[in-house]
Design a protein around this ligand. Structure first.
Ligand code: NAP
Length: 306
């Protein structure tokens, strides 16, 4: 069965939910399509202190409230995976068709892609083998399994530092393995990390994750001395950045890292198709900038429909 919408939004993270709120409040019939859980990667953040107007919250609570606002505004949620988008314009130049994995088809006059990004992998021996057996990409999802155990977080950005600080409250011992001796994370988080009980291992990379039926050891290389060391751990949390979820979007102009190129009104290289949030090529990936992108994309699309 084919359903017809003014705007179809692909991805229900902060950008998609905000686009849904703005599009629906503009009186447009709008579908928010999500393949897994509402909120996206933002729900894996345990502590948010930089979203204006809210002194402190967590990603799940913030996104849940956005979802409630989006629903109250009139947006419809469709839980399915987008299998394909027909980027070629229809003969009347009006509608584009989105095929869902479940067999349903959605037609929309405008499409806003807010499919976000996924955690990047280390691509080393043992990583895939031990996923779910000690290797994790989400401290808030899996941290509780490592209560009173020893864990290592890999990376030096905001995610790694936040994860290490979160895990410190649960685990007996937390290492932070970073390939340099300076953190990329925001200053306030970096200071917190350096004053915490987390043990940094600087200038080091993980070369191999080993164990029997679950993770028991990391093989590290010190990049300054070239020496090889091992650290005994029960868990390893990989937080080395993100890759955009654009593998299925080769028809759009992407930057060299695979993010969708847009103009300041969130228009992509294909007419009537917009992108917003972490999937878009931009300088600052935060919940607040994702929301701003979503609002702009919905507003631009709405104005084009008037
Ligand atoms: P990120 O900022 O890209 O940092 C990735 C970290 O992993 C860097 O320290 C990088 O090292 C390291 N790294 C990259 N590839 C590596 C590899 N192959 N082996 C070892 N280390 C590697 O990623 P992120 O921390 O996931 O953050 C992503 C975005 O979300 C950022 O824009 C961030 O600001 C935002 N974010 C914001 C908050 C917040 O504001 N509270 C929280 C989470 C995320 P180098 O430093 O040497 O490059």
């Amino acid at each position: 069965m084919e359903k017809l919408y003014d705007i179809a939004i692909i991805g229900a993270g902060p950008a998609g939910l905000t686009a849904g709120i703005y599009a629906s409040r503009a009186g447009l019939k709008c579908a928010v399509i999500e393949q897994s859980a509402v909120g996206g990667l933002a729900t894996t953040t345990a502590n948010i202190e930089n979203y204006p107007g809210i002194k402190q919250t967590d990603g799940f609570s913030l996104c849940y409230t956005m979802m409630e606002q989006c629903t109250a505004s009139g947006a419809e949620f469709v839980f399915d995976r987008v299998a394909d988008i027909a980027f070629d314009e229809s003969s009347d130049g009006e509608l584009r068709t989105i095929s869902l994995a479940g067999g349903e088809t959605i037609s929309a006059k405008k499409i806003i892609i807010t499919a976000g990004a996924s955690p990047r992998k280390l691509a080393i021996d043992g990583e895939n083998e031990f996923i779910g057996k000690g290797v994790s990409y989400c401290a808030t999802c899996d941290g509780a399994f490592f209560r009173n155990k020893t864990v290592a977080v890999i990376g030096g950005g905001n995610t790694a530092v936040e994860d290490a600080l979160y895990l410190e409250k649960l685990a007996a011992k937390v290492y932070l393995v970073h390939r340099r001796d300076a953190l990329r994370a925001d200053k306030i988080l970096s200071q917190r990390l350096l004053q915490s009980g987390v043990t940094p291992i600087w200038n080091s990379v993980v070369e191999k994750i080993t164990g029997d039926d679950k993770v028991s050891q990391l093989e590290l290389k010190d990049l300054k001395t070239e020496s090889l060391n091992t650290v005994s751990v029960d868990g390893v949390f990989v937080a080395i950045g993100q890759s955009p979820n654009t593998q299925w979007l080769r028809s759009l102009d992407l930057d060299e890292s695979g993010y969708i190129v847009t103009d300041s009104l969130m228009r992509t290289s294909v007419r009537g198709v917009f992108a917003a949030g972490d999937i878009r090529s931009k300088s600052l990936r935060q919940i607040v900038t994702a929301c701003a992108d979503g609002a702009i994309a919905a507003d631009t699309a709405a104005k084009e429909l008037l």
